[in-house]
Ligand binder design. Structure first.
Ligand code: SF4
Ligand code: SF4
Length: 264
């Protein structure tokens, strides 16, 4: 019988500890943060930062900014709007993909563990390389395609058609902020991201399929009719569960599959 040895539990070793809370700290909390700098050639590590929460705002992004500004300026992460609109600060917090700017620190029990979005190449620390997923986004041609002559004014849309895009509750496919929390939580995308488009991109594909102003529906469906691009979705639903905006990419994918069946 072949010998089997368990692989090491994790390649990410504990790193440095920065005790920045001070003896008078009113509310101490530890943040374990993934660190990786490809320029050093070192393996990734988890650094621990002990800080005083009374010195920063209530969200995980506030703590990251406090650490960067006051404890360790080398810590690298993306952020922009700080109000859940730009999708830049998507990361894995306490085991779940979410936005650091809308995740309250108080929702995490114990140390706050932060790693980059899973299964993406890491450029540095909490910054994943999004080139591949953006190339997939470009591949679905996310713009209005028309053949009819342009009207004298803008192309109009009935309110109910607009509702289908935006959702009457504001949670339609057009509300997606392209944070990619969903795609990077999808096991099918982890294993097949070279060919499977994943939930974020498929929901955008659906957004253009149902836009009544777009005139390339057949061509768009042709592009998706593929065992990998669309049909690698096995309705595991991780995408919908993790979406920090409360959207439902799994339902959008199901609707695309339905459109495929209905056109036959
Ligand atoms: S429903 Fe489909 S896209 Fe969403 S996590 Fe599951 S397999 Fe991935
Ligand atoms: S569907 Fe949700 S999780 Fe996925 S990219 Fe859009 S906003 Fe982010």
């Amino acid at each position: 019988m072949a010998e089997f040895t368990l692989p090491p539990k994790s390649r990410v070793k504990p790193g440095k500890t920065h005790d920045a809370a001070g003896p008078d700290a009113k509310k101490k909390r530890a943040f374990q943060i993934y660190r990786y700098d490809p320029e050093t050639g070192d393996n990734p590590r988890m650094d621990t930062y002990r800080i005083d929460l009374s010195k920063c705002g209530p969200m995980v992004l506030d703590a990251l900014l406090h650490i960067k500004n006051s404890v360790d300026s080398s810590l690298t992460f993306r952020r922009s709007c700080r109000e859940g609109i730009c999708g830049s600060c998507a990361m894995n917090i306490d085991g779940t993909n979410t936005l650091a700017c809308t995740k309250p620190i108080d929702e995490v029990k114990g140390d706050v563990r932060i790693t980059p979005l899973p299964h993406m190449p890491v450029l540095k620390d909490l910054v994943p390389d999004l080139s591949h997923i953006y190339a997939q986004y470009a591949a679905i041609e996310p713009w209005m395609k028309t053949e009819s002559p342009p009207p004298t004014r803008e192309r109009l849309q009935a309110p109910e058609d607009s509702d289908a895009l935006n959702g009457t509750d504001g949670k339609g496919p057009a509300a997606c902020i392209l944070c990619f929390c969903c795609s990077t939580a999808c096991p099918s995308y982890w294993w097949n991201s070279d060919r499977f488009l994943g939930p974020a991109i498929l929901m955008q594909a659906y957004r253009w399929l149902i836009d009544t102003r777009d005139e390339a529906t057949g061509e768009r469906l042709d592009q998706l009719e593929d065992p990998f691009r669309l049909y690698r979705c096995h309705t595991i639903m991780n995408c919908t569960k993790t979406c920090p905006k409360g959207l439902n990419p799994a339902k959008s994918i199901a609707e695309v599959k339905k459109m495929m069946v209905e056109r036959k």
